[in-house]
Design a protein around this ligand. Structure first.
Ligand code: KG4
Ligand code: ZN
Length: 347
């Protein structure tokens, strides 16, 4: 039996999980409400909150796993990159100290690889090779996954991430951070075809969301008259507020529709280019109901087998770190205590 403790601290969630022989026994996450009033994550406050949270979170993860004491742990996996450097350092130093004191191997995990491997938690599992569209607040990638420890990125965003496109659109609509879930909520009651936003023409499998953001900005500045910039289109502040209030569900549904079609058109192209038909979603934005529904429909039309991790394994969590650590343990991929956390990292 192999038991792995996983630790995730790349952004504003402190999370710990126990994985035994590929099964998740616990997955405990402490969020950080300290950032709410700033409208985004404040890195220095995040690392301080991680320092306060990490010991109790690991403790509860061990207790919830049912009698898994530290002595039964075979390896300690932690998020090494990418993320906020101060936050990564807290999880990394904690994992190293524990590995040193218990005399157990240390396993460095790439956060984006772990999002992909989250698809191997639970059943049925995708077969290899599979494609994964990873969509989060910081990343948008299409990955070919050959095995739990071997994967390569075949497409990614050249500017904003899909989650940022949701959050920045929500901000323009006056909604609080993170606005993605709120766009999803209002979109449920709206008409996705009421307003048209442009689809960018980007070669190959890469994505771009900055043009969409600009067109939404002008659209709202013009109170819906046009999504082009022209001084004579500009509405007054009052007209804009009235327009948003009256049309919020349709605006949200139309924005969501465009983000989802941008994502799925590239995913269809990736499947055609590679011939791979086991297709997965991952990352926080895969909680979006419009994306989930259209992904399943696209899968049906194109003869894919589709997979989406359970909600708790889509957003940032330590279970994905623990299961990736488990597969790296099996492959003998360990790290020395000198391994350093890095904010940006290639695969
Ligand atoms: O993967 P994640 O939890 O954290 C990062 O590593 O970034 O993703 C967070 C992102 C945020 O941008 C948030 O707005 C977005 O996921 N998100 C959603 C939904 N739930 C979370 N976006 C749209 N619809 C949702 N239901
Ligand atoms: Zn993430």
């Amino acid at each position: 039996m192999i038991t792995i403790l996983g630790i995730e601290s790349s952004c504003d969630e402190t999370s710990a999980s126990i994985c035994q022989d590929g099964k998740i026994l616990s997955n405990i996450t402490a969020g950080q409400s300290v950032h709410e009033k700033y409208g985004g994550v404040v890195p220095e406050l995040a690392s301080r909150a991680h320092m306060q949270n990490i010991v109790p979170v690991v403790d509860v993860a061990l207790q919830t796993a049912g009698g898994t004491g530290l002595s039964t742990i075979d390896g300690i996996a932690f998020t090494q990159a990418p993320g906020l450097i101060g936050s990564l350092l807290v999880g990394g130093q904690f994992a190293k100290s524990l590995a040193l004191s218990l005399g157990k191997p240390l396993i460095a995990v790439h956060h984006m690889q772990a999002h992909v491997v989250a698809n191997l938690i639970g059943d049925p599992k995708p077969g290899f090779p599979f494609l994964c569209l990873t969509v989060s607040g910081g990343h948008t990638q299409i990955v070919v996954c050959e095995s739990p420890t071997q994967m390569k990125v075949i497409g990614e965003t050249i500017d904003d991430a899909a989650g940022e496109a949701f959050d920045k659109s929500a901000k323009l609509l006056g909604l609080p951070y993170p606005g993605g879930p709120l766009i999803d909520k209002y979109a449920k009651h709206g008409d996705p075809n009421r307003f048209k936003f442009p689809e960018p023409r980007i070669e190959g499998l890469d994505f771009s969301f900055s043009g969409l953001k600009t067109s939404i900005l002008y659209f709202l500045q013009n109170a819906g008259k046009s999504n082009l910039y022209k001084e004579e289109f500009a509405a007054t502040e009052e007209e804009r507020q009235v327009f948003i209030k009256k049309n919020l569900p349709d605006i949200c549904a139309s924005i969501q529709e465009r983000i989802v079609t941008i994502l799925l058109n590239k995913l269809k192209k990736a499947s055609l280019d590679t011939g791979i038909t086991d297709v997965c979603l991952a990352g926080g934005v895969s909680a979006n109901s419009g994306l989930r529904n259209s992904f399943m429909e696209t899968g049906k039309k194109n003869g894919w087998r589709t997979y989406i991790p359970a909600f708790e394994y889509c957003t940032d969590n330590a279970a994905m770190i623990a299961i990736t650590g488990y597969y790296k343990f099996l492959a003998g991929e360990f790290s020395g205590l000198s391994v350093s956390s890095t904010a940006r990292a290639e695969w």
